[in-house]
Design a protein around this ligand. Structure first.
Ligand SMILES: [Zn+2]
Length: 243
């Protein structure tokens, strides 16, 4: 049975260059959730942290950030979505300022993409009732949370806090949810940060093996996350109409 696969990746980091190359090699669609306000004029390279002097790092890996001018080329052919202007967490600033940060990122990305960018990913997965309402009122198609659903189409009553199936490194859920979506003709949706693969070739091989497997699966069809969210909304509308 034909089924859909989609994926999205957060924060606009240098490792996205390598990841986008893999997606292109295997014909995968992907959405990148970016914070333009955190990107600078110059790229910063990734490096392993000096534990005495560095601040935040992913298991000791300090991820490099792309430059603003890298965005059009690195993400050519992929979907771009707002992850707030400077990764502002919902509830950490007044809601009016927060939705402006969400929209400022969207408008900047729409200028680059020259098309609507209606996706959103919640910084740190945090949402509040007020910001959920603001996101909906601003016309976003969805807001990806960090919560998980066993069945993306069935278990997403609120697309403004959209659940995926799993984080990409939760390999048990990755393949069990993949098989379940395959059997139901549903949607398989995974997400992550490319810096979580650091510069460990084993992690990159694991990702490449998964992409090759999906590419060779005659029933799998890549879609964009925004289109998965539209399937969710259509299903919810149908369920409400049938209730
Ligand atoms: Zn983030």
């Amino acid at each position: 049975m034909k089924f859909k696969v989609c994926t999205c990746w957060d924060d606009g980091v240098v490792n996205d260059i390598r990841l986008a190359g893999l997606f292109r090699k295997y014909g995968a669609k992907a959405t990148f959730n970016l914070n333009p306000g955190l990107l600078k004029e110059e790229r910063t390279e990734s490096r392993w942290a000096d534990p005495l002097h560095d601040g935040w790092a992913c298991r000791g890996f300090c991820t490099g950030k792309l430059a603003l001018r890298d965005v059009p080329e690195v993400y050519a052919g992929f979907e771009l979505a707002s992850h707030c202007w400077r990764h502002e967490n919902a509830g950490s600033i007044p809601d009016a300022d927060w939705i402006k940060a969400a929209l400022d990122a969207r408008h900047w990305l729409e200028d680059v993409a020259q098309k609507p960018c209606l996706g959103f990913a919640w910084p740190c997965g945090i949402s509040t009732p007020g910001t959920v309402a603001a996101l909906r009122a601003a016309g976003f198609a969805y807001g990806r949370s960090t919560k998980t659903a066993d069945d993306v189409l069935r278990d997403n009553p609120e697309p403004m806090t959209l659940k995926s199936n799993c984080h990409f490194q939760d390999t048990r859920r990755f393949w069990s949810c993949y098989k379940a979506a395959r059997e139901s003709g549903g949607v398989f949706y995974f997400w992550g940060h490319s810096y979580e693969m650091m510069d460990y070739d084993r992690f990159w091989e694991q990702m490449e093996n998964a992409l090759r497997y999906i590419a060779e699966d005659p029933d799998a069809e890549w879609i964009d996350v925004v289109d998965a969210a539209r399937l969710v909304s259509a299903r919810n509308a149908g369920a409400a109409a049938g209730a």
